[in-house]
Design a protein. Structure first.
Length: 423
């Protein structure tokens, strides 16, 4: 007998996902999450709003035209008489601001930079959704395997209890052996219930992200990742991180807002035209009057009651805040890359150790069972060896999952995770 009968049964259970769940592949889970997450819809709405802002800023540089009409009451009091009139007028008027000290161009540039920031924010939102889904999928797979191992452990002790009871009936073991096996069985049942509770929570998170009811996993969450050196990885993150790119675009937009604020209170040149017709008072008689005209208007603000300086200070403060956001994002990314790099290296070593421990524990469990059957070891020794093997299995699963999650987090910092999962 090369393997324990109970271990063979547990390996069969580990090979299949839970029947009650809807198994879904990792790629499909990510696709569903990207279509289901409302934060992506919100980010897309932000992009649409920023595009509308660019169009509005560009429209400010073009001509504006419209219809006008007015009607009123006019009372004219002369020395010898008093006249009441109801003047009426309607017409078409247009205005085109051709120069405003750079404010119009700065408004367009600021809106365009804000549109770029919104696009980067959308990319960052997608990456966070992909990362959350990857983590939820990986942890759900781990929870499923943990529940399978816990169930196999419980089944093992149930078999052991039956075996021990049979040996007791034959006078080969004592009641102490039965009590010990019953205690181990009760402990394994408690661990199984705890594993089921953890699995329910993991599946609930995966279901929330994907929109699937009772979602389950169909495969292990794995990627073939090749990183360069830590320095190369840091450069790539600083060049491609969407949150940092959005902060830089926001800082660029804030710089253009300073120019816009200054230009709004500078000299302004505009072209105006109008064509009107109506009835007005002409030498004490109502008479139809029409006019057509074109004008060049030059405006130079002299007194703004402090509004000019306040607007410039406000725009300057906004740019300083944006600069601080850029610097803060850079520092946080440097810290994240350094921490994740060390974490990944440590988890690779941990996985290798866990694999060796699992192999050794499996051999020890098989050997302990054979020696127990030969009468060399006690039942306690065999049960302890089987427990150690189960623990080694779970430790290896956990080490593999945590390594994949750490690698996914590092990939997400440079916007490579979604691309990696699509390849």
């Amino acid at each position: 007998m090369r393997r324990l009968a109970c271990l063979s049964a547990s390996l069969i259970a580990l090979a299949a996902p839970l029947a009650s769940a809807q198994p879904v592949s990792l790629r499909e889970a990510v696709r569903l999450a990207l279509a289901h997450d409302p934060s992506i819809d919100r980010a897309e709405a932000g992009v649409a709003r920023s595009k509308a802002g660019v169009d509005a800023a560009r429209a400010g540089r073009g001509p504006q035209a419209g219809l006008m009409a007015q009607v009123g009451v006019l009372e004219t009091d002369f020395t010898a008489d008093k006249i009441s009139q109801v003047p009426r007028q309607a017409g078409l008027q247009a205005e085109w601001t051709v120069f405003q000290s750079g404010a119009l161009g700065a408004a367009v540039d600021a809106a365009e930079a804000q549109r770029q920031a919104a696009a980067h924010q959308l990319l960052g939102t997608r990456e966070r959704t992909v990362l959350d889904t990857f983590e939820a999928y990986a942890l759900a797979w781990l929870a499923e395997r943990t529940a399978d191992v816990a169930r196999a452990r419980q089944e093992t002790f149930a078999i052991r209890l039956q075996e021990t009871q049979a040996r007791f009936d034959q006078g080969q073991v004592t009641r102490t052996d039965i009590a010990l096996t019953e205690a181990r069985l009760a402990s394994s049942e408690a661990e199984l219930e705890a594993a089921h509770a953890a699995l329910a929570g993991a599946k609930a998170r995966l279901s929330r992200l994907t929109g699937l009811e009772d979602a389950g996993t169909a495969e292990a969450a794995s990627m073939a990742v090749q990183f360069g050196t830590m320095g190369e990885t840091l450069v790539r993150v600083l060049d491609n991180n969407p949150d940092l790119a959005a902060a830089r675009s926001a800082e660029l937009s804030a710089g253009h807002r300073i120019k816009e604020a200054a230009g709004r209170f500078g000299p302004k040149v505009s072209l105006k035209a109008r064509a009107t017709t109506g009835e007005d008072v002409f030498f004490f008689f109502e008479d139809p009057i029409s006019d057509v005209g074109a004008f060049v208007t030059v405006e130079v603000p002299l007194v703004t009651s402090g509004l000019r300086n306040a607007s410039k200070r406000e725009a300057l403060a906004a740019r300083n805040a944006a600069l601080a956001d850029v610097r803060l994002a850079e520092l946080e990314l440097q810290e994240a890359v350094t921490g994740l790099w060390g974490d990944i290296e440590a988890r690779r070593l941990s996985l290798a150790a866990a694999q060796r421990a699992e192999t050794a524990a499996e051999l020890a469990a098989e050997g302990a069972q054979k020696e127990h059957e030969a009468g060399i070891r006690t039942l306690v020794d065999a049960l302890d060896a089987e427990n150690a093997y189960r623990d080694a299995q779970i430790a290896r699963y956990r080490a593999a999952v945590l390594l994949q999650v750490a690698e996914a987090r590092l990939l997400s910092l440079s916007s490579d995770l979604e691309r990696q999962l699509q390849d």
